[in-house]
Design a protein around this ligand. Sequence first.
Ligand SMILES: C[S@@+](CC[C@H](N)C(=O)[O-])C[C@H]1O[C@@H](n2cnc3c(N)ncnc32)[C@H](O)[C@@H]1O
Length: 180
Amino acid sequence: MSRSYMNDRWCVRCGRNTPNPYILKNEKILESVCNFKNHVIADIGCGNGRNTKYLIEKGFNVYPVDMVDDYGLRCHIGKDNLPFENNSVNAFLLNYVLMFLSESERKQLYGEIDRCSNNSACISIVELYPAKDSYTPNKESLNTLQEEICNVLRCMRFNIIRNSKDGKLVALKNIFNEGE
Ligand SMILES: C[S@@+](CC[C@H](N)C(=O)[O-])C[C@H]1O[C@@H](n2cnc3c(N)ncnc32)[C@H](O)[C@@H]1O
């Protein structure tokens, strides 16, 4: 785990270069949503780009963003809008980032996801963990955040198709009608 203080915030990175196992686990679902070359995947809080790099190698069209621009496009959630057109994003990767956002930053991000998510096909893959130095340092706060995310995604007409107790979830909009 590495931490650097940037833009008045902690940027916390694990330093791993292999993609997250949860991305691998959900690769087939991701593929079924993002099955055209022009389908857009937004890697929000991309860190060192381990997931973006893996998916680009697999032929996906991925746009990484982070408050630190050493790998992705610079975008400070809470201050900057996501660099995507309305209704243009087919997948949001939100791996280990939402715990580092304050309530107002999360609110801004939710609005941006709603604005940018494609109305005919969109998937969100979310991973959380109880990180020290984050807004969810323990299991209880993590559960509360997970519930908040599920509720917000449901309001945006996503179906929660996977929702595990360890802070991982997958939500689909307009793909399958059976959910939860
Ligand atoms: C633990 S890392 C996760 C990186 C990557 N998603 C992964 O799974 O390896 C959290 C990332 O969120 C970024 N981040 C934290 N707060 C942010 C904000 N307000 N806006 C944009 N990025 C932010 C940090 O810079 C860091 O790269």
